[in-house]
Design a protein around this ligand. Structure first.
Ligand code: GDP
Ligand code: MG
Length: 852
């Protein structure tokens, strides 16, 4: 029915691009004809991914709120690229990336999984042309697993943020968007689930502008035929793309055919293109010139280049928007094209930044200034062969602990002697592997810009930096000893579960498993309660702890009957009301038989918001506290007899340990600003060991806290959560009353979803105002008919829904879903998003005191 070659398109220099689309149309066909075994394809039949040239690599993440369709989209990408032969389905528990038994049972992503595939598939490319190698990380969307997203995002070069076409921007969408922002990750937006009843591309785009604060550049608009979502209109190439729902086979429909069969859609496409060019020419001189010369006939190549230039800084002032329905195979291939076209390769990213002492510098600044041999300032810099970052540690069972790394400079090989500048040890990997979902493939080297995993590193933890140097030294060259890539912050735990083993043997086994578990996931912590002797496992919320418990039982083979498992409870913390006086502590006891002495002075004060703004580079922020170390230089010595960085780290460690148990409930101390002064003349001596320095800080912090408690200057904090309840109007009064009177919460806003107002403007990410009335979006099809339908629903007794938003103590909300069910008959959704720790006062404080 459709002709696939358009003379019109060719006339504007778009023949090559159309040809590419035609090639893609046949991609799946060619792949399914090849005779390769079932499931994920073997590496022997694939490209040597790790050999791809840097320009051909895309390291990307898929990010979104839970259930937006990340795993489904990943699965479709694997299929269309020819990497898998059957399409897995989240609802059937057989996707490639959700491969843990827990993920398959629950239908949710818990751990991020990496997969690699080629796009466009090699089989459809003309000889001599190379596919791009896409390393993709599918991330979890539940807020309890946000650390998992936060540790992966910084090592990626681009991200696809998925929105549910019905639900629009959800709370976690905003959060991951913000996380991507912190790492300056260039992004694409994909509005998914447009096949669903109630989907609105228009609302999704408006919400993206208003809440993600980015100017949406519509590269596609949806193609509806009557009630059915059948494809997308490629605004840039001016073609329609229709998809077969079962196979996802794509048909390219030229503009002329659209004009004949659907003139309104063709007009909308032209309008969309004009808006796009108009916006781009405001920003980009290249396109402006062509626009003035050729009016609307700006070539698609020019448009694409302009979009790329606009998003590459990762500021997300502008974001290209795509449409689709991954479940019904619509829009996935063009989304892959967009990944290749718009997202950067590793060499196009801003230069690596390194923390050295109290400064953060770029890699080349560091090489220019720091690493000269001591006492030989005119010598050439000492070389470093490679710099890489461990972003994840996974216990893989048979292969043991696996450290996931991304290389930033040079390449890693199996013989590499790696300096871990966080742990201050050299280690050598047993194997270097390329990982795709649960499959591993041994490789010899991991070049710059690549992602891989290593076995055999006993000490490496998430966030550690690995460096290699020429030759074999016993110590890393001094200038490199403590150079680090910024590690992700572990968010404070908000809930815990107690475990009371029946026997010592059982206890030892559980402790071993807890150690490995928190090594895998640093947002899980554990300690032994000194009074009750219980093991306390704490984490990010109910689901996080349920999953942790599951992993202890299934993966680490802990027998449930060997211990008493408590209920999941919220984690309180402690804070200061007033500054303490300076506490000087000298630690001079023998440590493991080694005599020694060290001292320091500590002053604590309540943390104020302004302290975050003035965070000094020699400070660290940990668990909601800021710790600052000053080491005043003595006048008469040029050089100190110790490494200041090492001492600083030892003092940090002591303070962190001191703050982990408060004086009132043995709960962690938060919102505290710690000032540590270490006087090299008085506090250090030749027999000061690391342990003595750490203990001096630990005991000084403890003494300061104890005194604050004796002066009644220590308060209790509890975690709050921000909630959004979507519920029938008739239940809303009772819910609001329950939250504010019985739960200690606060309702901030109640609104009808249809009352969302996009007539104002918002502050964009780049500091410019976004006038929402000027954001172009095509009308949703049958908007009029839709509202008639809604009227009909109302008349036939359909329910009016409301959004209630506010904040409440997590303790009250953790299991609130069940309570809501009785109030709404199950016709509600509850979304929780982490809030602040807030002071417990009045009746809640009294009730807590009674609990003990
Ligand atoms: P994730 O949490 O973002 O990884 O989302 P999943 O991929 O697990 O999908 C969540 C649910 O949405 C599953 O039931 C999917 O079948 C469904 N889903 C995903 N994409 C689509 C879509 O395009 N249309 C429809 N109707 N459902 C979808
Ligand atoms: Mg998922």
């Amino acid at each position: 029915m459709f002709t696939t070659v358009s003379s019109h398109v060719c006339r504007h220099g778009q023949g090559k691009l159309l040809l590419r689309l035609l090639v893609l149309k046949n991609a799946r066909l060619c792949n399914s004809n090849s005779s390769i075994g079932k499931g994920i394809r073997s590496y022997a039949t694939e490209h040597a991914h790790h050999e791809a040239r840097i320009e051909n690599i895309r390291n990307i993440g898929i990010i979104a709120h839970v259930d937006a369709g990340k795993t489904t989209t990943t699965e479709r990408m694997l299929y269309h690229s020819g990497r898998t032969r059957h399409i897995g389905n989240v609802d059937h528990g057989n996707t490639t990336t959700d491969f843990l038994p827990m993920e398959r049972e629950r239908g949710i992503t818990i751990q991020s999984a990496a997969v690699t595939f080629q796009w466009p598939p090699k089989s459809v490319l003309p000889n001599g042309q190379e596919s791009k190698t896409i390393n993709l990380i599918d991330t979890p969307g539940h807020q309890d697993f946000r650390y998992e997203v936060d540790r992966c995002l910084p090592i990626l070069d681009g991200a696809v943020c998925i929105m549910d076409g019905v639900k629009g921007v959800e709370t976690h969408t905003e959060r991951v968007w913000q996380s991507a922002h912190l790492s300056n990750i260039p992004r694409l937006l994909y509005v998914n689930k447009l096949d669903r009843d109630g989907a609105s591309f228009k609302r999704a785009v408006q919400e993206a502008a208003a809440r993600l604060k980015t100017w949406p550049l519509l590269c596609q608009i949806p193609w509806w035929q009557k009630d059915e979502f059948v494809g997308v209109i490629d605004v840039i190439h001016e073609v329609g793309l229709r998809f077969s729902k079962n196979s996802g086979a794509m048909t390219v429909v030229p503009k002329e055919t659209l004009a004949t069969h659907n003139p309104a859609l063709k007009d909308e496409m032209e309008k969309a293109r004009l808006h796009l060019i108009d916006k781009l020419s405001d920003q980009d001189e290249g396109i402006m010139e062509e626009y003035l010369e050729r009016d609307i006939n700006v070539s698609s190549g020019t448009i694409k280049k302009a979009i790329r230039r606009l998003i590459i800084d990762g500021e997300a002032k502008f974001t290209p928007v795509f449409a689709g329905s991954s479940l019904t195979n619509i829009g996935v291939q063009p989304l892959l094209e967009a990944v290749v076209d718009y997202l950067p390769n590793p060499s196009e990213r801003p230069e690596l930044r390194l923390i050295t002492g109290s400064k953060t510098v770029t890699f080349s600044e560091f090489m220019e200034t720091a690493p000269k041999k001591k006492g030989a300032p005119h010598q050439k810099p000492e070389p470093v062969l490679s710099v890489s970052h461990v972003f994840k540690v996974v216990d893989s069972g048979a292969r043991g602990l696996m450290s996931w790394v991304r290389t930033y400079h040079g390449s890693l090989s199996r013989s590499s002697h790696m300096w871990n500048s966080n742990m201050h040890v050299f280690e050598k990997p047993q194997n270097i592997m390329h990982v795709s979902a649960k499959d591993y493939h041994d490789i010899q080297t991991l070049p710059t810009g690549h992602i891989g995993a290593m076995t055999g590193l006993k000490q490496a933890r998430t966030g550690d930096t690995l460096l290699t140097f020429p030759g074999h030294q016993a110590q890393a060259p001094e200038a490199y000893r403590s150079v680090r890539i910024k590690a992700p912050e572990t968010p404070p735990a908000v809930a815990f579960i107690s475990i009371e083993p029946y026997t010592k043997t059982a206890g030892d086994k559980i402790v071993d498993a807890l150690q490995r578990l928190s090594r895998e996931d640093p947002s899980i912590r554990w300690h032994k309660d000194e009074r009750s002797e219980q093991l306390i496992l704490s984490g990010m919320g109910l689901l996080h702890l349920e999953i942790a418990q599951d992993r202890l039982l299934t993966h680490y083979k802990i027998e449930k009957e060997t211990a008493i498992w408590g209920d999941i409870e919220v984690e309180y913390s402690e804070c200061l009301f007033a500054p303490t006086r300076p506490h000087h502590h000298e630690y001079d006891r023998a440590l493991r038989g080694v005599a020694g002495r060290a001292a320091c002075t500590v002053l604590l004060e309540p943390l104020k918001a302004c302290h975050h703004d003035t965070l000094l580079e020699s400070s660290i922020e940990r668990d909601g506290n800021i710790i600052h170390v000053s080491i005043p230089l003595p006048e008469n010595t040029d050089e100190l007899p110790f490494d200041t960085e090492t001492v600083r780290q030892q003092l940090f460690n002591g303070a962190i340990a001191g703050l982990s148990r408060g004086p009132r409930r043995s709960a962690p101390v938060r919102k505290c600003h710690v000032h540590i002064t270490f006087d090299p003349e008085k506090d250090w001596s030749k027999n000061s060991t690391g342990g003595h320095i750490t203990n001096a800080a630990l005991f000084a912090v403890r003494a300061a806290l104890k005194e604050a408690h004796e002066n009644a200057q220590v308060g209790i904090l509890e975690p709050f959560t921000n909630f959004t309840i979507h519920c029938p109007e008739e239940a809303s009064h009772a819910i609001q009353h329950d939250i504010s009177s019985a739960r200690g919460g606060q309702v901030m806003e109640v609104r009808k979803p249809e009352e969302d107002d996009y007539s104002g403007s918002v502050d964009g990410q780049g500091g410019e105002r976004i006038d929402l009335t000027r954001v172009y979006v095509p009308p949703d099809p049958y908007e009029g008919v839709q509202s008639l339908r809604d009227e009909g629903k109302k008349m036939s007794g359909s329910v009016r829904m409301l959004h209630i938003m506010g904040k409440a103590p997590l303790k009250e909300m953790m299991k609130y879903d069940g309570h809501l069910r009785s109030m709404t008959g199950g016709r509600h959704t509850l979304t929780l998003d982490p809030g602040e720790f807030e002071l417990v006062t009045g009746p809640r404080e009294k009730a807590l005191a009674l609990e003990g």
